[in-house]
Design a binder for this molecule. Structure first.
Ligand code: URP
Ligand code: ZN
Ligand code: ZN
Length: 471
């Protein structure tokens, strides 16, 4: 199968030029002016952007959490991703208490079996290093392409680990070539504040935010940075929401430490006004760390522009409002934490980041595709448009108008965090390794076409698979 994409504006993290692009089988094999080639399929892309498929480094599909299971499984989550221009994501395996990492990996692979529409890798979320998973087994995960470990410093009594466990994982990562990821909130303090709020009769969703203050995020972020530095491990702080957490990341980066931070689409758009909505509607905005005061929005845009923060993910962790979020109608601490968004990241960041002049088009590609691919061992197979790279491509129409809504999105979630927002610019054709996934607003590939990707160790490259086209 060959595809010719003609006359598009090819935009990578570094370049921006008009050219034809030729795909044979799974890879890009030629880029040039007026290519004289025949192709099985021609996509006319004049006036359109040709972007590398977006890489989402932070998703939760088919994950048991908060007394229920996320509503999007691998199939619905990845279909939703494909419509949004995301062709690869890294999902979290959660180690069940007492299970080995191999058991956890098998369980997560079984959930994906036959359902994959896009490519995916896994991070291993460590919950237990004393029963089940051992340090030796942890050290062997990069050999299987799982090259990042995640630890939760919050969710006491569920996923939270103590500092000794966090530090032991960092020591292993320093040796094994894995990247350590942290959910940075002080879980002990949050737990105390939650109990105090409930004892005072404060049960509304708003108290989810008020019991998880920015200082708790800032303190844990700084603690993780110092511990990672001591252990000699690279660190990636997920879902950063506020100045209190950005500042220690920026300070570490200025010192040249191996520290990176990510924020998520929702933290630019949702605020305390949303979680305070009446009639339990605020529960739609219950995720952790929580929504912040709207004054953080421009601060975060500045942080992604200046590379204090280096990636934007979705943290897609979707629950139904009606039937799942309602588990916490009388007690905010029982509302499952998480929100949908896999489909909306590119459109929202293009509209409010690029169109409104906050970041450049190149920087958008870097934040949504290239940096996640580089940090998580997928580059240059993913994350760029180049000869030899996977033909994961988005033909993006910068003039297409779309109104975002739960009534049209492809997630099973019964609400959308950006309901009613009209954007100008949306994916038109999405390809995964040369195969068209989405065209004319239709899914044209079947579940099963996506693959598990064995990622490279931190700091190493994932070379293109076909030696014949490798530069
Ligand atoms: O509320 C959230 N973010 N749910 C997903 C789990 C996590 O903390 O990333
Ligand atoms: Zn988290
Ligand atoms: Zn998450």
């Amino acid at each position: 199968m060959s595809v010719l994409i003609r006359g598009g504006r090819i935009v990578t993290a570094a370049d921006d030029y008009v050219a034809d692009l030729y795909v044979e089988d799974e890879t890009v094999t030629l880029i040039g002016e007026s290519l004289d080639v025949s192709a099985d399929k021609v996509v006319e892309a004049a006036g359109k952007y040709v972007l590398p498929g977006c890489v989402d480094p932070h998703t939760h599909l088919d994950m048991p959490f908060g007394g229920t299971v996320t509503i999007d499984d691998v199939e619905s989550g990845q279909i939703s991703a494909a419509f949004g221009g995301t062709t690869c994501h890294v999902d979290f395996i959660i180690q069940p208490q007492g299970a080995t990492f191999a058991q956890a990996f098998d369980e997560w692979r079984a959930k994906a079996n036959g359902k994959q529409v896009i490519d995916m890798g896994y991070h291993m979320a460590i919950t237990d290093l004393d029963n089940g998973g051992t340090l030796e087994e942890l050290a062997s995960l990069p050999d299987q392409g799982i090259t990042s470990y995640k630890l939760f410093m919050a969710y006491k009594g569920a996923l939270m680990v103590d500092d000794a466990t966090l530090y032991r994982a960092m020591e292993v990562a320093a040796q094994s070539g894995a990247l350590v990821m942290v959910h940075a909130e002080n879980g002990d303090v949050v737990d105390l504040l939650v109990r105090e709020a409930l004892a005072a009769g404060n049960t509304e969703p708003l108290y989810h935010a008020l019991t998880r203050p920015p200082e708790a995020e800032g303190e844990a972020t700084n603690r993780a940075i110092q511990l990672a530095h001591l252990a000699g491990a690279p660190l990636y702080v997920v879902h950063v929401t506020c100045r209190e957490a950005v500042e220690p990341i920026a300070a570490a980066r200025e010192k040249g430490w191996d520290v990176w931070g990510e924020t998520c689409t929702q933290y630019f758009f949702n605020s305390l006004d949303d979680i305070a909505k009446p009639n339990f509607e605020g529960a739609k905005y219950v995720y952790s760390p929580p929504v912040r005061d709207a004054s953080n929005w421009e601060y975060l845009w500045n942080a992604v522009r200046t590379d204090a923060l280096s990636a934007i993910s979705t943290d897609h962790c979707a629950f139904l409002w009606d039937g799942q979020k309602t588990l916490g109608r009388d007690d905010f601490s029982k509302i499952p934490n998480g929100g949908p968004g896999l489909e909306d990241r590119l459109k929202m960041i293009h509209q409010f980041g690029v169109r409104e002049g906050r970041i450049s088009l190149n920087r958008m590609v870097e934040l949504l595709s290239t940096n996640p691919a580089k940090l998580f061992g997928l580059y240059p197979r993913k994350g760029t448009v180049a000869v030899g790279s996977d033909a994961d491509l988005v033909v993006f129409d910068p003039e297409k108008q779309v109104t975002i809504s739960a009534s049209t999105h492809h997630s099973k979630a019964d609400y959308n965090l950006y309901e009613g927002t009209t954007v100008t610019g949306a994916p038109e054709v999405v390809l995964l390794r040369g195969r068209v996934l989405v065209e004319n607003d239709e899914l044209v590939a079947s579940p099963g076409v996506g693959q598990f990707v064995k990622r490279a160790r931190f700091g190493q490259e994932l070379r293109p698979s076909r030696a014949a086209v490798a530069p």
